[in-house]
Design a protein around this ligand. Structure first.
Ligand code: PLP
Length: 378
């Protein structure tokens, strides 16, 4: 049986999602801006999805902006803040382990003259709220930090940082990349005190190419793209109605079983850690207290790509543990103090509620076989 353990990269679309997308493409294919019944029909579908997603994070439908994905959501949030506030307050606080969608955006703004403080984890590999708070200066305009880091699954103290900053410095905008947490960990905008939050459909069994930016009431955004009045003029262009309806269906599908899924993946991850730890040549790169959905480990001496393909031949699908983009390492594992020799051999496995029970055993046996075959051969 095939074992897919790359759910942090993307998840398999759920049957109700496929149904919702197909239904939109075949029956409700109107342009939501059209004034006739086909337009209204499309508009109603989109409104329902907006309401469902908003309710899932404790927001109002009016605070939900549809985008092409979390990358666009984070770009819009960060660039807009820099454009509207950066001249007077040119400082951004972020973490050193952000996904490329935030990291590269912040880097680009730095190249244009903004100052950036990238908070590192401490020696124990964990992030502390105090370190983010200490990084804030009188000219800070934005804190952008992820909820759950996507390479090892570490959880950042977003709530503690945002709550404190909201109280002491309400002038600072607070953005959270919640992609790996949404529908997996508790994500509620009022608890988090986020002003802006990015989410993506394809990590929760929805379609690719659609995301959301939550925008707190009263936060003024500057659009990056100009055009029509769709999405309050903040994200013009005819809406991707089938994808948006698919996103709504994914949330509807996931929501009743969030707890059940969490417990299941926590058990799977716990068992995988225990089995891998019994192999003396395996190093666990994740924090046991991290998200139960993600586990990162290294087998010294077997480079990630070699191991990935070895596992693929055995129908186990994983990801290279150090997210590479065009051969360039993200540096996330390095930020945790993991040496290059292990980072080059890192494997990320990521679970979902549908991961089969035998995954930990199958994975561990295959890793052991890889070690026996590949190390002894070389
Ligand atoms: N942020 C995190 C933490 C992610 O894991 C991803 C996806 O890989 C993204 C952002 C980008 O999401 P999207 O593919 O919707 O642009």
């Amino acid at each position: 049986m095939m074992i897919y353990l790359d759910n942090a990269a993307t998840t398999r679309p759920a049957a109700p999602v496929i149904e919702a997308v197909t239904d939109c493409l075949t029956a409700h294919w109107g342009n939501p801006s059209s004034l006739h019944r086909f337009g209204l029909d499309a508009q109603l579908g989109m409104d329902a999805a907006r309401k469902t997603i908003a309710a899932a994070i404790g927001a109002e439908a009016g605070n939900i902006l549809f985008t092409s994905g979390a990358t666009e959501s984070s770009n819009l949030a960060i660039r807009s803040t820099a454009a509207s506030r950066g001249r007077h307050k040119p400082h951004i606080v972020t973490s050193a382990v952000e996904h490329a969608s935030v990291r590269s955006t912040v880097d680009a703004l730095e190249a244009q003259g903004m100052r950036v403080t990238r908070v590192l984890p401490r020696e124990d590999g964990r992030f502390y709220a105090e370190d983010f708070l200490d990084a804030v200066t009188p000219d800070t305009c934005l804190i952008t930090m992820m909820y759950c880091e996507n390479e090892t699954g570490r959880i950042l103290p977003v709530e503690r940082v945002f709550r404190t900053v909201k109280r002491k410095r309400p002038d600072i905008l607070l953005h959270c990349d919640a992609v790996q947490a949404f529908m997996k960990l508790p994500v509620h905008v009022e608890d988090l005190k986020a002003d802006l939050m990015s989410m993506s459909a394809h990590k929760i069994h929805g379609p690719k190419g659609v995301g959301v930016l939550y925008v707190r009431k009263g936060v003024h955004l500057v659009p990056s793209v100009t055009g029509g009045e769709q999405e309050r003029g903040l994200r013009p262009g005819t809406e991707a109605v089938p994808l948006i309806c698919g996103f709504g269906a994914a949330v509807q599908y996931m929501q009743p079983t969030v707890r059940e899924r969490y417990e299941k993946v926590a058990k799977l991850r716990g068992e995988t850690i225990a089995r891998l730890q019994a192999l003396p040549f395996v190093t666990i790169n994740s924090d046991e207290a991290g998200s139960p959905y993600i586990l990162n480990f290294s087998v010294a001496g077997i480079r990630s790509e070699i191991m990935l393909h070895y596992l693929e031949e055995r129908e186990i699908y994983v990801s290279s543990g150090s997210a590479c983009s065009r051969g360039k390492k993200s540096g996330v594992l390095t930020a945790y103090g993991i040496p290059d020799s292990l980072a080059d051999c890192a494997i990320r496995v990521s679970f979902c509620g549908d991961t089969p029970e035998e995954a930990p055993a199958r994975l561990t046996e295959a890793v052991q076989a890889a070690h026996e075959t590949l190390i002894h051969k070389s």
